[in-house]
Design a protein around this ligand. Structure first.
Ligand SMILES: O=c1ccn([C@@H]2O[C@H](COP(=O)(O)O)[C@@H](O)[C@H]2O)c(=O)[nH]1
Length: 288
């Protein structure tokens, strides 16, 4: 089954919430865990236990494991395995990008079935050119995996670069963010079995804090099939409001994955289950 098909099933069964697994030092303290690889592992495993059966997607933030070195990677491997064993779709928030041959190696690390770091999807950067990630797009398609390409990220300082207008390209005149979204949407539509796929396997990252019109995106046209998945961080702690989801994403809303980390994780080990349930209800009430 393709990643997009699995995502479509998860949307139907659990809705749109993706619980971030971000073992910040302050959160580890809040959870009674040491600021170490062991603490990050225990934290991650407990978040997985809280998420399993309540949501369909989790997103470990690789950086918070990487800061503990090799032991941190071992902790992350365990968290990834536990999450996948629990039937959760796992998006590794690794944000990798480089020249094409090196990006291929990142794809091998995060998307190869049987790899110690195997996830269902990863975040990736095409700011070194869309061609630099093409082989990984093929790999994702061939192995039932997914990618989320950074397009208009939630941090305000990204706007200057991501809203820059392309000069020399078949997409000249489009902003960087819009060109990435168009390329991803075209990729999904060009797959041989595109007509039978409700959701594409390659998505984009669009922050919930971003004015997408000002970023040059077309958010008014009728959604095209397959829907483009949109990983949307920035809700909660960064200020994005669930009540504004439809207004922010407009015609892209149907593909949105609501990603929240600190706003859920700060409920602590005793409060996280209730916090997840509250958020699931809130998103359900919006009816995307
Ligand atoms: O544009 C982006 C892309 C990724 N992120 C990541 O999502 C979470 C957000 O955490 P919160 O605690 O919900 O703010 C974090 O891992 C970021 O690295 C993002 O925020 N914006």
């Amino acid at each position: 089954m393709s990643f997009g098909e699995r995502l479509d099933l998860v949307f139907a069964a659990y809705g749109r919430l993706c619980v971030g697994i971000d073992p910040h030092a302050a959160l580890l303290d809040r959870w009674g865990q040491p600021d170490s690889a062991e603490g990050a592992r225990e934290f991650g495993v407990r978040v997985v236990e809280a998420a399993a059966g309540r949501v369909g997607i989790v997103k470990p933030q690789v950086a918070f494991f990487e800061r503990h070195g090799a032991a941190g990677y071992a902790a992350l491997e365990r968290v990834l395995a536990e999450a996948r064993d629990a039937g959760l779709l796992v998006i590794a928030d690794a944000k990798r990008g480089d020249i094409g041959t090196s990006v291929e190696a990142y794809g091998d690390a995060w998307l190869r079935p049987g790899s110690p770091l195997e996830a269902d999807a990863m975040t990736i950067s095409a700011f070194q050119g869309l061609g630099s990630i093409e082989q990984v797009m093929h790999r994702a398609d061939a192995t039932g995996k997914g990618l989320f390409v950074l397009a208009a990220t939630s941090n305000p300082e990204a706007a200057a670069i991501q809203r820059a207008v392309l000069q020399q390209s078949s997409r000249a005149g489009a902003t960087v963010a819009a060109a990435i979204c168009s390329a991803v949407s075209e990729w999904n539509r060009s797959r041989p079995d595109a007509a039978s796929r409700p959701v594409g396997s390659i998505g984009v990252v669009l922050g919930a804090t971003v004015d997408l019109r000002a970023a040059g995106l077309d958010i008014e046209s009728e959604p095209v099939r397959p829907l483009m998945p949109v990983l949307a961080p920035g809700f909660g702690h960064q200020g994005g409001e669930l009540s504004e989801l439809r207004g922010t994403f407009r015609s892209l809303s149907a593909g949105v994955i609501v990603s929240e980390s600190r706003s859920i994780l700060s409920a602590g080990p005793d409060g996280i289950v209730d916090e997840i349930a509250r958020r699931v209800d809130e998103i359900g009430a919006i009816g995307v």
